[in-house]
Design a binder for this molecule. Structure first.
Ligand code: SAM
Length: 286
């Protein structure tokens, strides 16, 4: 398994200098729950993209590699996955350890900032990215997509999936505090850096402008309290609301009222939660 480190993992001008939610054990667990909830949809998305055995694929903002391993399985031993993330301290070492324990030798990791990351033109067959472009300033997303379209060989395909309507998040029975929580999360992701937590809406146009033929699908996922899947929103609210309060994005009184209400709802099997719809965009090189 190869490994490269680019010395541009820090912020470029007008860029972000870190991943918004950090790399604590709790955050990496939250990403795992999130991946588990979205696994079936993600697999359907990968099969619609039609990534092939023997190809070279890129996983943008791979984190600890949840989808990287699926991609590695698709391309097989004749192919290669280039897994790129700015976190060379925790996420990529976890990915590498897991690859080793699965005896996968077809994954190359690169520590790099996607704001400036680049590859040779026509050097890959596919690009995948999920829940990562929302953490890049919009102008950096635009330039990344321009570069990315050039990496694709003729017939290549990219599959990108991002949130597209964060204010749509809902808990039933309805919580009067949730809209304020959603606004605080949006502000925290947007920060002062021009990131767009709903960048999914812009992706079809950006891929089309980059010369790709575009297909879209929007997916929503609902989870029920008292099930394993509930861990996904539960981790988001329990881990991150105290941080939002500390950073001044949310009033402590709202956070406390919401978390007390959430605690009670979590015991009720008739409660359900759904998150932001996800925009799944496939762009095919003509
Ligand atoms: C929410 S996690 C998603 C991880 C993975 N794509 C998944 O679907 O589970 C976001 C990941 O994007 C990475 N990331 C965010 N901004 C980045 C940037 N500018 N350059 C490289 N990686 C970045 C973070 O380090 C983090 O691992």
């Amino acid at each position: 398994m190869g490994e490269k480190i680019k010395n541009d993992t820090v912020a470029s001008k007008n860029g972000t200098d870190k991943y918004r939610f950090g790399y604590t054990h709790e955050e990496l667990e939250r990403l795992k729950y999130q991946h588990q909830v979205w696994t079936k949809e993600n697999q359907r998305f990968l099969s619609r993209a039609g990534f092939r055995t023997g190809g070279t694929l890129v996983d943008l903002g791979c984190g600890p590699g949840y989808t990287t391993f699926d991609l590695a399985q698709i391309v097989g031993s004749e192919g290669k996955v280039i897994a790129v993330d700015r976190d060379g301290e925790r996420s990529l070492p976890l990915l590498k350890a897991q690859a080793k324990s699965l005896c996968l030798s077809n994954i190359e990791t690169i520590t790099a900032n996607l704001e400036t990351f680049d590859l040779q033109e026509e050097s890959v067959d596919g690009v995948y990215g999920r829940w990562v472009l929302m953490y890049l300033p919009e102008e950096k997303v635009r330039s990344l997509i321009g570069r990315m379209a050039k990496w694709l060989r003729p017939g290549g395909v990219c599959a990108l999936t991002e949130l597209c309507n964060f204010r749509h998040i809902y808990v039933h029975p309805k919580s009067q505090h949730l809209p304020e929580i959603a606004e605080a999360l949006i502000k925290a992701v947007t920060g002062g850096s021009g990131c767009n937590p709903e960048i999914g809406n812009d992706l079809p146009g950006l891929l089309r402008s980059a010369g790709l033929n575009v297909e879209i699908k929007v997916t929503v996922k609902a989870v029920r309290a008292t099930t394993q899947e509930w861990l996904w929103p539960d981790a988001l609210f329990r881990d991150h609301l105290p941080v939002l309060v500390k950073e001044g994005f949310l009033a402590n009184s709202v956070s406390e009222k919401f978390l007390a209400e959430w605690e009670a709802r979590s015991k009720d099997p008739d409660t359900f939660f759904f998150g932001s719809p996800m925009m799944e965009v496939i762009g095919r090189h003509p």
